[in-house]
Write a protein that binds this ligand. Sequence first.
Ligand SMILES: N[C@@H](CCC(=O)N[C@@H](CS)C(=O)NCC(=O)O)C(=O)O
Length: 206
Amino acid sequence: MLTIYGMHDSGNCYKPRLLMAKLGRPFRHVEVNSVSGETRTAEYLAKNPNGKVPLLELEDGRLLAESNAILLYLAEGTRLLPGDAYDRALVHQWLFFEQYSHEPYIAVRRALIKYPERAAQATPQRMEFLLEAGSNALQVMENQLSRTPFIAGDRMSIADIALFAYTQDAGFAGYDMSRFPAVAAWLERVRGDEGHVPLHWLPLSA
Ligand SMILES: N[C@@H](CCC(=O)N[C@@H](CS)C(=O)NCC(=O)O)C(=O)O
């Protein structure tokens, strides 16, 4: 059985869990708390030298890090990853967007609010910068989702899963979601897609 090392309330770790749930594939969840340093033990660094979760372990022991790389691997041959080269490249486009223009702002602002251990890093200047940069990312999504029902076009894909993970918590992170009605409607559309599970869902084997 596949194993996913992850933290239950991390959006990056939610991405592969949500995909596996949607595909109806069983897997083992191993809780690794990145906030309390469990990603920095020698044992964990031997598995992922970058010291981050999520991490996928295949049945034969091979390992794969980076949430969006894990999504691409697990979605191969499914309805959530198009076969056509251009359609697939659009999915990649939004996966890269998520990692460079969205997650570094919205996920970080969320973490600075959520985890008291990080409060000292939440300076007013930093919070303001993260608010502006994250709002820009939400506006890019708003523009796209005003034209298409899903982020990479007419069909749900792993790009929606990747962007859903932290956008669903953007309100908690301080972003004014009333400015982004198409994003809010898309959040509901993603929740309504077959096999959806919420952030804290874990498989029974956990
Ligand atoms: N680009 C990575 C980011 C993963 C990441 O930042 N994981 C956080 C939890 S959400 C983590 O493990 N942080 C531990 C640390 O940096 O020490 C991905 O998408 O998988």
